[in-house]
Design a protein. Sequence first.
Length: 95
Amino acid sequence: MKRNMLAAAAIPIVIFFAKSAFADKKIPWADVPPAVQKTITENAEGGKIEEIEKETEKIGGKRISLYEADVRKADGSKIEIKVGEDGKLLELDRD
């Protein structure tokens, strides 16, 4: 009985730390690799980069690290740019 209670108490703790390990992390432009900066700049369409996050996502069955930039254009529309650590454009989503 004690073992079941201990296991039940441990589950939320394990879930919390597992989720934290894969949480998005906001990073400054200076910490973005040059190849990623180049790809973001080329696809920002002259907009202002509002935020960059480093994320871990599962793509093609593999967990990869990528950078996601939120860009606001002069007309108010948004662009979300996802770039791999190697600078490869993974996704471009216009609002």
